[in-house]
Design a protein around this ligand. Sequence first.
Ligand code: ATP
Ligand code: MG
Length: 297
Amino acid sequence: MKTRDRLRIAMQKSGRLTEPALDLLKRCGLTFRQSRDKLFCFGEGEPVDLLLVRDDDIPGLIEQGVCDLGIVGRNVLDEFSLTAGIDGAPLKEWRPLGFGRCRLSVAVPQEMAYESATSLAGQRIATSYPGLLGRWLRDAGVDAQVVTLAGSVEIAPKLGTADAICDLVQSGGTLVANQLREVDVLLESEAVLAGPEALPTDERGDMIELLLKRLDGVIQVSESRLLLLQTSRSALEAVTRLLPGGPQPTLLPVAGQPDQLMLQALCAGEVSWRQLEEIKKAGAREMFVLPVEKMLA
Ligand code: ATP
Ligand code: MG
């Protein structure tokens, strides 16, 4: 394969993954010159360029070596590996990226009885993911007819072209609007950084390693929260026990209130309202949950 000295990343030109992917790359310190209505964006600071394409084309572009990496839904990547990509070098999910979350699910008409995959035996199931659905049916030992559709899968039962569907679900609103009921989840999906299993050995390999390190830092920070609260010394133990995972909290005295402490804790993920309420019940007050912008330990 021809070597290149600039790294090329494929991403969705226009869709659900576009803004969060650009935002993530920006937070990794990458900026691009071209306007976004073009196919190609030239990287300004680092030797990293973007190719903006339809998300379905991303795995193929990586497999052909046109791009070194791609940002794409796990659903698209796995479907490619199961169908189109069987002859080429296998693609690897290098990092989950934490956005574009959805699931690939089986849904049936509200009134249809469903107990398990065997309820689908002999039925027609419409999907844009014949590879993933076919594997799931095979694993369950169920013989059903897979009807492959490019889009508008959710209306197939109403049109009478299928008895059930297998499609992406996020909130479930589309299913409800079409009188469908989600009954089984085949795949939990999110956007991932995809690439060949064997990374290039030239300068691009070094650039990928640098990018992966920055990504890890950015993802860790975006999932971190700083929790600030006040507690009495007597409630400290109970409060500390309820803190979500993370390094040891920092304790500071409160001026003029020797019985009170200010507690500062870095939490590894979201802090929910329920967790806050429980910590409050244990004796904390004046609680703040703040996003972390940058971190250098
Ligand atoms: P393209 O024109 O690039 O082919 P598309 O219509 O196939 O666009 P989008 O609808 O923008 O793609 O979805 C892109 C990805 O976003 C999906 O492959 C999936 O990984 C993720 N996603 C998250 N939530 C949903 C959802 N509710 N429906 C569909 N995709 C979702
Ligand atoms: Mg698509």
